[in-house]
Design a binder for this molecule. Sequence first.
Ligand code: PLP
Ligand code: COI
Length: 365
Amino acid sequence: MTTIDAQATVTPLEFAVTKNLNAATPARIAEVLANPGFGTVFTDHMVDICWSVNGGWHRPRVQPYGPIALDPAASVLHYGQEIFEGIKAYRHADDSVHTFRPDRNAARLQASARRLALPELPTEYFIESLRQLVSIDERWVPSGDDQSLYLRPFMFAKEAFLGVRAAQKVAYYVIASPAGAYFTGGVKPVRIWLSEEYARAGEGGTGKAKTGGNYASSLLPQAEAYAKGCDQVVFLNEHRDVEELGGMNVVFVFKDGRIVTPESDSILEGITRDSLLQLAEDRGYTVEKRVISIDEWRQGVASGDIVEVFACGTAAVVTPIGALVGEGFDEAQPLGELALSLREELTDIQYGRREDRHGWLVQLA
Ligand code: PLP
Ligand code: COI
């Protein structure tokens, strides 16, 4: 058993640890890590913490990975009261394991919780939950190029109650999965389908929160994207302003050195995006978070004002956008150097190959 930092401003949690007696063999782990893919194989353990109206956060555990017993009336299954995060653990050359800006993911989980009427998990508990899982499952953290252990913290309403109100019993879990490239084929420019028929989120909706419903609503347009030979879908809002992709933010590089990314109350505030924009500012670029319409995008590319467009997120890191495809058009996007150069700088920091001058890394093991 271990406790979280005694200096924490919240009561330290003491995790009860039950080891998995059927843990994967070294040979099985080596086989998975040789080609991890994304999100298909999970480590030997998971973390969970319970919450109830009366008891607050309690019963923190590390236990063998496995199915969760849920009452069929658990309100998450009916009303989708659920939120999640995505964050990675990176192995450094000295074998230590670090994660990237976990305070930001903790804060975003808290913001998502407020929007979905779920309890806020204190930052200290969030970071400690990652540390618990990564330390017990450390042998699952890969060391190959661009590989990592993808951590998926999530929280859901488990109270068995069909009335429509915020649940009084909630579960928080963290699971982990070794990850290679998110897109099969590695870092190559992706084709993006412009969804004109479907929106991901609306004004006043849940677009800013990381909640399952936003992803559920993206599945049909995403299937449409695949059918059109594209890798991802880009969504607009009701004013035809660019929002984001199904699971990534979008960034535009202008000829004059400005970097523009959509500002909106209905998109997810990406931590990868924020970090890349900081690195770009450090290099002297001017960053603008503002509304950018689909017309400005298409005209900017046609006139040569926009010289690069890329997508970014934890799972996919940085991926150049090579084509914008919509009903009746298929427009090649200009490819430049900046997306890949920022990707290299960011991953160098994450993997400990370059100085972490902003203090973004937190050691987990
Ligand atoms: N937008 C959406 C819809 C996402 O799912 C993600 C991925 O988490 C992002 C943006 C990028 O966020 P981050 O860089 O924090 O992973
Ligand atoms: C992430 O990048 O962590 C995400 O959550 C995107 C995803 C839907 C896999």
